[in-house]
Design a protein around this ligand. Structure first.
Ligand code: GCB
Length: 590
């Protein structure tokens, strides 16, 4: 049984054609509040402003005046709920905004949420007026602080190498449910047709009058494969069956099914939701990552959600281009570095057959530049940091637990595991993931090649390596010799563990050419990737290669960055660099 409850509150946002939805994407009123005067001046009841901002998208690049603004900003919109909905619960649903958000409807505080990359929904029943316009106000606080995840100090002093965009960067809507509704739906499958459904139902009437009708359809809701009825006894219902003639989900053939669940009370359907599921198994055995019992090799990228003007919002059209570019290059996998991506992003991964490492926002690459070395260990012990890191892992799994594409969770990126308390935190997070679901594969991306006894808690060792860029710069012979040597050492240290190289890459400014290849040229990047991959694919213990990065992305300003991190094999506007074609050839050979 799947037991959360340490941190996750509210219901899971489930797909539904039944629940009425009022989309709130569009132009909202906007106001920055650098001195945090808004609440004292009643802005949460509604505020005046000449400025507009588009939702979803980060605020920064929508107006050059806001570009480097990290701090408090206010958003406001109006919505109407017709009287025909009286008796229903209106939920305000935010798919991702941050860093810290407080929400009011008609001046009444609904709740708050910390963390930019996870959905949350708040019950607005006490606040809304049916048959009238309602005012929704959101206060976003995007200040960087050491007790926030990921940590930072100011716009250009962050522990993470991506731009600290702020705002409402994913969809917002009001969804209406009946008072009896399906709160959570969790599906476990295997490639031999296991279908285990765990449902949490929230009922205000006597549960005995209610039953669940569970149906399995093909991807297009055209053919019904399975149906079962179950009385709602208690709030949690578990149904388990083994289905015949099911096609497994895999990158080569990503077969999806729709699992529909109807809640019927007194002969009336009162709720209906669905999840797109796949039948697949994932495990690590004898040094192999096995998908549906067969060894799989991960080929792909670390990515970012980053695009000009929209910031942390990747519009659907850009996502489609990204996935076609990834397909064309021969990739079958990516990591959601360094935070959970949007539902649409994962929808496409499910649909097009990508194996995803879902990463939490606990990204600490540059934490050593922000606090003195002797304080890092103390920082990792801070109960606030620890509980936030845990909450974010739990929320991430809660939201994405039913995704066939998600085969592994990464609990952190480049945590300073040389320090004892940081090591214990990564251990705690990994064990926590396993306690939520023992079938889940767990890892963390490490820049240290010696992960000590943390090898006992991860299924796969994930390494980020930059010989030939941050060390041995410009000298690929030396870099590759070191890579070979170091990897053999890692393998000898952990002979029973599959290893994935989750990051390796070199910056290239598109259009910058050089013979012989020198750093920052397209030729150097191509050569770097070619020589790495030629080595990596020959090592039997390496089970995956993720090039850093798929596309160039914006970062804080630093002498190491030319506005963007240029390690993309495509530019920020998604045009291939020379390395793209080299990688396409290499991926085809593995
Ligand atoms: C890393 C980090 C990643 C950076 C990358 C780089 O190790 O994990 O966030 O962007 O290196 O390009 O420096």
């Amino acid at each position: 049984m799947w037991t959360y409850r340490t941190y996750t509150t509210g219901a899971k946002d489930l797909k539904s054609y039944f629940r009425p939805r009022i989309p709130l994407n569009g132009f909202w009123r906007f106001r920055v509040d650098p001195n945090d005067i808004g609440e004292n001046n009643g802005w949460h009841k509604g505020f005046e402003s000449e400025h507009l901002v588009y939702v979803p998208s980060s605020w920064n690049e929508q107006n050059p005046d806001w570009d480097k603004y990290v701090g408090i900003a206010w958003y406001q919109t109006k919505f109407y709920i017709g009287v025909e909905h009286i008796g229903k619960i209106p939920w305000t649903v935010f798919k991702g905004c941050g860093y810290y958000a407080k929400i009011w409807v008609n001046g009444l505080f609904l709740g708050d949420h910390e963390g930019s990359f996870i959905e949350f929904r708040l019950n607005a029943l006490k606040a809304v007026t049916f048959g009238k316009m309602n005012t929704l106000v959101v206060k976003i606080d995007n200040k960087l602080a050491m007790n926030r995840i990921p940590p930072g100090k100011s716009v250009n002093e962050t522990a993470f190498d991506f731009y600290p965009y702020g705002g409402i960067h994913r969809d917002v809507y009001v969804e209406l449910t009946n008072k009896n509704y399906i709160k959570d739906l969790r599906v476990s499958t295997d490639y031999r047709g296991l279908l285990k459904t765990e449902l949490t139902v929230e009922c205000c009437t006597t549960l005995a009058e209610c039953e669940l009708l569970i149906k399995l359809y093909d991807k297009f809701f055209e053919k019904e494969y399975y149906a079962c009825r179950k009385n709602v006894v208690g709030g949690v219902i578990v149904v388990e069956d083994r289905l015949q003639n099911i096609k497994p989900w895999s990158p080569e053939d990503p077969q999806l099914y729709n699992l529909e669940v109807n809640l019927i009370c007194g002969n009336e359907v009162v709720d209906s939701v669905f999840e797109r599921i796949g039948f697949r198994s994932i495990e690590v055995r004898n040094n192999e990552i096995l998908l549906n019992g067969k060894p799989v090799f991960l080929k792909g990228f670390g990515r970012h959600e980053d695009f000009p003007v929209t910031g942390k919002y990747l519009p659907g059209s850009v996502l489609v281009r990204d996935f076609y570019l990834m397909k064309k290059i021969g990739a079958n996998s990516f990591r959601t570095s360094h935070y959970p991506y949007s539902e649409e992003h994962l929808d496409l991964a499910d649909e097009l057959g990508f194996l995803v490492i879902l990463e939490s926002p606990f990204c600490l690459s540059g934490v050593g530049n922000l606090i003195p070395k002797q304080e890092i260990d103390k920082w990792c012990l801070d109960p606030e940091v620890r509980s936030k890191a845990k909450k974010m892992v739990e929320e991430m799994i809660y939201q994405y637990k039913n995704r066939p594409s998600v085969i592994m969770y990464s609990v952190a990126n480049e945590a300073p595991i040389g320090y004892e308390n940081c090591r214990s935190l990564v251990r705690e997070l990994s064990e926590f993931v396993k306690s939520l679901n023992p079938q889940t594969l767990v890892t963390f991306a490490s820049h240290r090649l010696d992960i000590g006894d943390l090898s006992n808690v991860v299924d796969v060792i994930s390494l980020n390596v930059y010989f030939g860029w941050y060390t041995e710069g410009g000298d690929l012979d030396k870099a590759i010799a070191r890579l070979e040597k170091e990897l053999e050492v890692v393998h000898q240290r952990y002979p029973g563990k599959p290893i994935i190289i989750t990051e390796f890459g070199a910056d290239a400014i598109t259009g910058l050419h050089s013979d012989p290849p020198v750093m920052w040229s397209e030729e150097y990047q191509g050569e770097f990737i070619r020589r790495y991959i030629e080595v990596l694919i020959k090592k039997p213990f390496i089970k995956g290669v993720h090039v850093w990065n798929f596309a160039d992305f914006r970062t804080p300003e630093s002498p190491l960055r030319v506005i963007l991190n240029r390690k993309g094999v495509v530019t920020r506007d998604r045009q291939p660099k020379a390395s793209y074609w080299i990688l396409q050839k290499l991926f085809a050979e593995r």
